[in-house]
Write a protein that binds this ligand. Structure first.
Ligand code: APR
Ligand code: ZN
Ligand code: ZN
Length: 361
């Protein structure tokens, strides 16, 4: 029996979101219905509402979520009803060239649920990032669910489903930060701060946080930054060099997504160091670098997609570290709000007042 539940939708470009009734079908083969317990408010949800991702309105928003599997369809073996899970964007196929080469993050054939959730009049909904979790319940592919320890609070756990995983993964997976490394993080929003926390987890010796907002720098300290640089007041490249005995950082993580900060990251790394781009640029952004500097400085220029995470490996591991007190995911939850507060949470996020507002159900 299809169920009627509450969901937050973006009906048309630029219009405020609406809390309305949605229809969630029973899970078909390979699908699961998840009872959502918490879902973080992310910039990407706002981009959907603004038509910046695609035009497939109406969207069912929300995608950084944790909940309990309510029911599963035919042939599902990954999870069972009652499992506490974190949702990820897409289930991977396990069969394609990327999966076979051990890079499932780049799977060519990822999938979401085949059936559609709808409005009461039958209009099909497009779930944000294939999830749609600003809702009491949502329908996903079973492979989008990763079982984790139920002792973890849903508000904290859900954040691993997107922004916080992107940041931690940029440090521990893409940047491969090692014990004793010097790490610089440029841009300390939710993603950058998660990179700071990831660098701490990996045993970095120095973690230099760079931002243009002193409030952000203070917060970065609380999640593990050992030094901070306000790049409105000081040249960040010079400052990072000074703080690393004149060498530059072993790993520099760019978490803004702009040409000028990418350039800073490029020159702030040590010879043979690594630059990780996790900030998402827009299509018109370009950067010119002297090829001789690329050659002469050596090292690696990498981008990090979803923290190069493998949900089945990384979600349970990070949740265990959280439960052991070694990773403070609660620090990323600025406030918890209700389903009817998503529009106001967008405004607070836009003003830079919060790391994450989390809808708790
Ligand atoms: N130099 C340093 N910091 C900057 C600069 C700059 N020129 N411009 C902006 N910032 C800081 C902001 O002050 C803010 O603290 O970058 C931070 C960006 O944080 P958020 O807007 O909260 O964004 P966040 O969710 O952390 O995502 C950052 O990563 O995954 C991507 O799409 C995401 O591109 C975005 C980036
Ligand atoms: Zn694949
Ligand atoms: Zn997100």
């Amino acid at each position: 029996m299809a169920q009627h539940v509450r969901g937050v939708i973006a009906r048309a470009k630029g219009e405020p979101v609406e809390l309305t009734t949605i229809v969630v079908p029973d899970p078909g083969p390979g699908e699961a219905v998840v009872d959502i317990q918490a879902c973080g408010v992310c910039h990407t949800d706002l981009h959907y509402r603004e038509g910046g991702i695609n035009d497939d309105f109406p969207f069912l928003l929300g995608h950084e979520a944790a909940g309990v599997v309510e029911s599963v369809g035919e042939g599902v073996t990954e999870v069972a009803p009652g499992d506490y899970v974190i949702l990820n964007w897409r289930a991977v196929c396990g069969q394609c060239r990327a999966c076979k080469r051990g890079r499932p993050q780049y799977c060519f054939d990822t999938h979401n649920a085949k059936q559609k959730m709808t409005l009461l009049d039958g209009t099909e909904l497009s779930p944000a990032l294939g999830i749609g979790a600003f809702a009491d319940k949502t329908l996903v592919a079973a492979g989008q669910c990763t079982k984790v320890d139920p002792a973890a609070s849903p508000a904290a756990a859900g954040l691993l489903g997107c922004g916080v995983m992107a940041g931690i993964g940029a440090a521990i997976n893409t940047g491969n930060v090692g014990r004793g490394d010097s790490v610089a993080v440029i841009g300390c929003g939710g993603v950058g701060d998660a990179a700071v926390a990831g660098a701490r987890l990996a045993g970095a010796r120095r973690i230099i946080a760079v931002d243009i907002d002193d409030r952000k720098l203070e917060k970065a300290r609380s999640v593990g930054a050992t030094h901070t640089v306000n790049s409105r007041e000081a040249d960040p490249v010079e400052a990072i060099r000074e703080l690393t005995d004149g060498f530059g950082a072993d790993v520099v993580i760019e978490a803004v997504g702009r040409p000028e900060t990418y350039r800073q990251a490029f020159y702030a790394r040590d010879l043979a160091g690594t630059v990780v781009l996790v900030g998402v640029p827009t299509p018109e952004m370009n950067i010119e670098l002297p090829l001789l500097d690329v050659f002469g400085r050596g090292g690696a220029l990498k981008s990090s997609w979803y923290g190069d995470c493998l949900p089945s490996r990384d979600f349970p591991m990070l949740i265990d570290l959280y439960l052991q007190g070694r990773l403070d995911l609660d620090a990323f939850v600025t406030e918890t709000v209700g389903l009817d507060d998503v529009e106001e949470a967008f405004a607070r996020m836009h003003r830079g007042d919060v790391l994450r507002s989390v809808v708790v159900l």
